[in-house]
Design a protein. Structure first.
Length: 303
């Protein structure tokens, strides 16, 4: 006897619940009532013979079985959509991808990808939001976005929350940003050794205002060099960091893309390899990578 397969419509509701986080959000997105969504998912549990949802206060979360079924369902639904599009003669994926990224990746990475996307797949829409990595991961977990661009430092690795997965697509060296003519500037040449940073023990350092991994990187690098940094400015704008350094008001550690190289009032020097790199990742909920609109956006971003 062959058991019946789960209904595709109910599988889609489960995937939407994984993406959006609440029954109410699924109801709003699909046009069903909240109670209808709940009943359909209860029937799906009977169809697969396993509990898919567990109550958490007034909300629900996916059980391990539910998460695993979502991983399969995303691929199944993607294949069905591709087959339907092929039979109808429709070109490419269709859908809306909600994405978050940190600001310095927008011009260099996101905009070129979105321009290529609009040319190749005009029926894929991207909603762009600017957030720092910590916020982006929280939004992914909550189901408020579908795709994120985040970064970490090899010297300060980031822990990826359970339920999310990341794919590294870029890496940048870290540079020392100094005012032009600074007395401790070692000049052009090879990487500045950690011992050479000790000459900046009395300098004022610029870091960000959030006290996050950017700040932690400065603390760890200076500790490796044998001193505690004297933080004089906490700002988030990379342009302002360059402006302050150019005015002789501080020194900083920046990834390569954060340095305004056209400025005559700043210099940047390569650092000891022990300082490491900044790594860029695409992040999504586990099992969502094969959803066709997200897969195409991710592919273009990584390219």
């Amino acid at each position: 006897m062959i058991e019946s397969l789960p209904d595709l419509g109910r599988l889609r509701l489960l995937v939407e619940l994984s993406r959006l986080g609440t029954m109410a959000a699924v109801a709003e997105r699909t046009g069903y009532g909240t109670s209808a969504v709940s009943k359909h998912l209860a029937v799906l549990e009977q169809e697969v013979g396993a509990p898919l949802l567990a109550p958490v206060g007034r909300r629900v979360r996916l059980t391990p079985a539910g998460e695993r079924l979502v991983e399969h369902a995303v691929g199944i639904l993607a294949l069905v959509e591709e087959a339907r599009a092929e039979l109808r003669g429709e070109p490419g994926p269709v859908g809306r991808v909600r994405m978050a990224t940190f600001v310095s990746a927008v011009e260099a990475v996101v905009m070129p990808a979105l321009l290529r996307l609009s040319e190749r797949y005009p029926r894929v829409e991207v909603e762009l939001n600017e957030h720092e990595p910590e916020q982006t991961l929280e939004l992914l977990l909550a189901g408020d976005i579908d795709l994120g661009i985040v970064y970490d430092y090899s010297l300060v690795p980031r822990t990826v929350p359970k339920g999310l997965s990341v794919r590294q697509f870029a890496e940048q060296p870290m540079l020392l940003l100094l005012p032009a003519g600074h007395p401790s500037d070692p000049g052009p040449g090879g990487p500045v050794p950690l011992a050479g940073l000790r000459r900046l023990a009395e300098a004022g350092w610029i870091t960000n205002s959030r006290g996050s991994d950017d700040d932690e990187l400065v603390q760890r690098v200076c500790a490796l060099a044998g001193f505690a940094p004297r933080i004089v400015h906490r700002v988030d704008s990379l342009h302002l960091v360059n402006l302050l350094a150019g005015a002789g008001l501080g020194v900083a550690l920046l990834a390569e893309s954060g340095v305004e190289r056209q400025r005559p009032d700043v210099v940047c020097r390569p650092l000891d390899p022990l300082v490491g790199t900044r790594r860029h990742f695409l992040a999504a909920r586990a099992g969502q990578w094969s959803w066709p609109p997200l897969a195409e956006v991710a592919r273009l971003l990584a390219a």
